[in-house]
Design a binder for this molecule. Structure first.
Ligand SMILES: CC(C)(COP(=O)(O)OP(=O)(O)OC[C@H]1O[C@@H](n2cnc3c(N)ncnc32)[C@H](O)[C@@H]1OP(=O)(O)O)[C@@H](O)C(=O)NCCC(=O)NCCS
Length: 178
């Protein structure tokens, strides 16, 4: 795979704000359920990446990207490290996105495995995530070893206005204390 996975710090995220926003826009416009409803208002995607910066600066968020030929951004994913005293072994996987033109080439899998490495390095052994029930993302999460904890109905609103179920998954990393 001619793709490199890199961790980005806050300065790089500021520099790459537009291509990161384009990744989010591509996902939302193609129907992904990742916290936003289409059509995104002008500047909404850019504004989202600004909200991530404080957490990247204080170390409670880890962001990885997949770069293809010429450094093009093909995908991204984040780890939200729990900061509560009883949850410092835990992290949530959020905003796993691969550009529509680069899907089914193993990039989503590579991003998920990179987040696991980042989690292990920080002593985070319980990983959790959720996604819309029935989305392709569920196949990815199962393929990299996540277990379905359950499904909550009427969890997230769809572009059409209906309330849809979300599936909640977890993975316990080996060598953890859980
Ligand atoms: C989910 C997503 C990140 C997958 O990225 P990807 O790079 O296409 O995934 P990969 O190529 O690494 O797939 C790895 C495995 O996951 C499964 N998988 C991924 N996409 C699939 C699909 N559309 N249909 C069936 N299985 C799929 C397969 O088992 C696949 O292995 P295989 O190709 O050897 O069969 C991508 O579809 C995406 O960005 N979706 C929109 C955003 C989103 O919904 N994110 C998740 C919620 S936060």
């Amino acid at each position: 795979m001619d793709v490199v996975i890199e961790r980005l710090g806050p300065d790089a995220v500021v520099r790459l704000a537009r291509p990161l926003a384009e990744l989010l826009e591509d996902a939302v416009d193609s129907g992904a359920s990742i916290g936003f409803l289409p059509p995104l208002a002008s500047g909404e995607a850019d504004a989202y990446w600004s909200t991530v910066l404080p957490a990247l600066r204080d170390g409670s968020r880890v962001l990885v990207v997949a770069r293809g030929a010429g450094g093009a951004l093909l995908g991204t994913a984040q780890l939200d490290l729990c900061t509560r005293p009883n949850g410092r072994h835990r992290a949530e996987v959020v905003k796993v996105i691969v550009h529509t033109k680069a899907r089914r080439r193993g990039i989503g899998r590579a991003l998920m495995l990179a987040l696991e490495d980042e989690a292990r390095r920080r002593g985070r052994s319980t990983l959790v995530l959720d996604t819309r029930r029935g989305d392709p993302a569920e196949r990815l999460y199962a393929a990299v070893g996540y277990t379905l904890a359950g499904v909550i109905p009427a969890y997230a609103r769809s572009a059409g206005g209906a309330l849809e179920p979300s599936a909640f998954y977890y993975k316990l990393l080996e060598g953890g204390t859980t």
